[in-house]
Write a protein that binds this ligand. Structure first.
Ligand SMILES: Nc1ncnc2c1ncn2[C@@H]1O[C@H](COP(=O)(O)OP(=O)(O)O)[C@@H](O)[C@H]1O
Ligand SMILES: [Mg+2]
Length: 151
């Protein structure tokens, strides 16, 4: 798929930056003229992935979280979140709803389920001791095109 526009964010693994990632995603993808619901879905998915990088990936040490945002043709939001943290031993198990390695922190184990329900595709690549990359895509229907179609 052709890349129409691209932006990158690199920030420290601090929870204060979850809000920064949400606002950046919202701002960048507003050029696709999404509905309020679409933008909320993208923000929620990115915030789950960024939270995971911070609380799980960088549990033992601090590091950088890298977020790559792309607009692909036709009208698709592409988001890649990457950390160089501890990695995931068993990705399939980690993605099961309710599975969490941090129950003592009252984590629900639903982060991946939320990403999957709000995005059209979610791919996870990880190497123990090296880090994790989550790649997500969502087709944006666009208010403007929808309006002209229904007119
Ligand atoms: N970036 C990451 N680095 C290391 N482990 C991760 C990462 N993302 C997810 N995990 C693992 O996958 C599990 C499930 O994640 P998730 O579905 O978001 O639930 P929760 O965050 O509530 O535990 C986590 O408990 C953790 O063990
Ligand atoms: Mg989570």
């Amino acid at each position: 798929m052709k890349i129409i526009n691209e932006a990158q964010l690199i920030f420290d693994s601090r929870s204060a930056n979850e809000g920064f990632a949400r606002v950046a995603v919202s701002s960048f993808f507003s050029q696709l003229d999404p509905t309020v619901e679409e933008i909320t879905d993208l923000k929620t998915a990115v915030s789950e992935a960024v939270t995971n990088a911070i609380v799980h990936g960088y549990r033992e040490y601090d590091g950088k979280v890298r977020v790559l945002l792309r607009i692909l043709e036709p009208s698709t939001a592409y988001i890649r979140i990457k950390d160089n943290g501890c990695g995931i031993d068993n990705i399939e198990q980690a993605m099961e709803p309710l599975y969490t390695t941090a129950p003592e922190e009252e984590r629900a184990g639903l982060g991946f389920a939320v990403m999957q329900s709000f995005m059209d595709s979610v791919q996870v690549a990880s190497r123990p001791g090296r880090g994790t990359t989550v790649t997500m895509k969502r087709i944006i229907r666009s208010r403007r095109r929808h309006d002209t179609q229904t007119r």
